[in-house]
Design a protein around this ligand. Structure first.
Ligand SMILES: [Zn+2]
Length: 379
């Protein structure tokens, strides 16, 4: 990390990778999502967190969107357990966390266990307690106790196709430095790139050095594209349509929460930790259904003026047949009939029928990648 780079959130890049003997420790199994959280804590993607939130920080995050020391933090990073497991963990002190395939990945140094109000949590994070919201449904299905404490990360999972593009903040900071980039714009995504996204990214780097395309890999809702498709599509787009040394691809392995504005702040903090100076915040960023005002995820940045990473607000791009270019509602006066646009539902229908949409929507090479998969969507 060079001195000129943007500082991690809270000033220090957390590193909790440590060789420790875990033999004989009491162990529990954690979900793949939680195992990802633990690794993200260890690598400093969640800096300044060094573990799962304790009661004071948890309540402050829910109520104020900040840690108890006042630092911006909007999404609770927590480990849930039933009462008897939580009690046993507290008694034991150091607990080995095993991932979904039984590999002991980290040691949790339990500091406290506490119960929490699920409805209050949902209202604080998601702005609703409506169980048709996927984040609310997930919260309501959690165990009743949370276990707080710092972690040490002892062993990464085996490398795999899905992990090969995972980057740590140390790696991205090194890559940006090697590339000679000083201003880096992060692009958050959970979809294969439409040409309009490519144009938006290219517009954002016209006055900056490079774009960090950072797809979210992890549990998604039914109907979303599967992770492997998203990665392959981006690799294809970058190879065919980007000049050398302007676009870096790295995956972020964490669960989408669909928390709209609160998640936009969380997305920005993680990208600052990666070393990005800017982040593109689009229309209805991290939203779902009609739960959020489309611009709430942009307005919330007014409440966090101290964040070092700068949001870049973009309206949605589209191709306009009258303007003869990719443009947006701020620049194009024409009607919907002149726009090459497609809804997510319509695109899904076409793909399931084996049809590629117009070249103004998807690059033919990207469409080809998707069509080669027999199951491109999450069931
Ligand atoms: Zn137009």
């Amino acid at each position: 990390m060079t001195n000129q780079q943007i500082k991690p959130h809270g000033g220090i890049l957390v590193n909790k990778i440590k060789k420790i003997d875990s033999s004989g420790l009491f162990s529990i199994s954690i979900t793949e999502d939680l195992a990802n959280d633990v690794e993200n804590i260890a690598d400093g993607i969640f800096s300044p967190l060094e573990g799962f939130l304790g009661k004071q920080d948890f309540e402050s995050v829910i109520k104020n969107g900040r840690l108890s020391n006042g630092l911006a933090w909007t999404i609770p990073i927590v480990l849930d357990a039933d009462e008897s497991t939580a009690t046993k963990m507290k008694e034991t002190g150091d607990v080995l966390l095993k991932n979904h395939v039984g590999l002991g990945v980290a040691i949790l140094h339990v500091e406290e266990i506490f119960s929490f109000d699920k409805e209050e949590t949902c209202k604080g994070v998601y702005g609703t307690s409506d169980v048709s919201h996927p984040g609310v449904a997930k919260t309501m299905s959690m165990q009743n106790y949370l276990v707080g404490g710092k972690i040490d990360y002892i062993q990464r999972p085996l490398e795999s196709e899905i992990r090969k593009n995972r980057l740590t903040p140390l790696q991205t900071r090194e890559a940006f430095s090697q590339a000679g980039w000083k201003t880096i714009c992060a692009f958050q995504t959970r979809n294969p790139p439409h040409v309009a996204h490519e144009m938006l990214q290219k517009t954002s780097i016209t006055t900056r050095d490079g774009v960090f395309v950072n797809p979210i890999i992890g549990k998604k809702k039914s109907g979303d594209f599967v992770d492997e498709v998203i990665i392959k599509c981006y690799e294809t787009m970058i190879e065919k349509y980007y000049p050398k040394n302007r676009c870096k691809l790295g995956t972020l392995h964490t669960e989408m929460k669909y928390a709209g504005p609160k998640e936009a702040i969380h997305h920005a903090i993680m990208r600052q930790n990666y070393g990005c100076t800017h982040i593109i915040i689009g229309r209805d960023h991290a939203g779902v259904g009609n739960f959020y005002d489309p611009f709430a995820a942009q307005r919330i940045f007014d409440d966090y003026p101290e964040l070092e990473i700068s949001p870049v607000f973009f309206p949605a791009f589209f191709y306009c047949k009258k303007c003869l270019t990719y443009t947006n509602p701020k620049a194009c006066p024409h009607g919907d009939e002149d726009k090459e646009q497609i809804s997510g539902t319509k695109l899904r229908e076409m793909i399931l029928k084996g049809q590629a949409p117009s070249e103004f929507i998807l690059r033919p090479e990207v469409a080809q990648v998707i069509l080669e998969y027999s199951h491109p969507f999450v069931d």
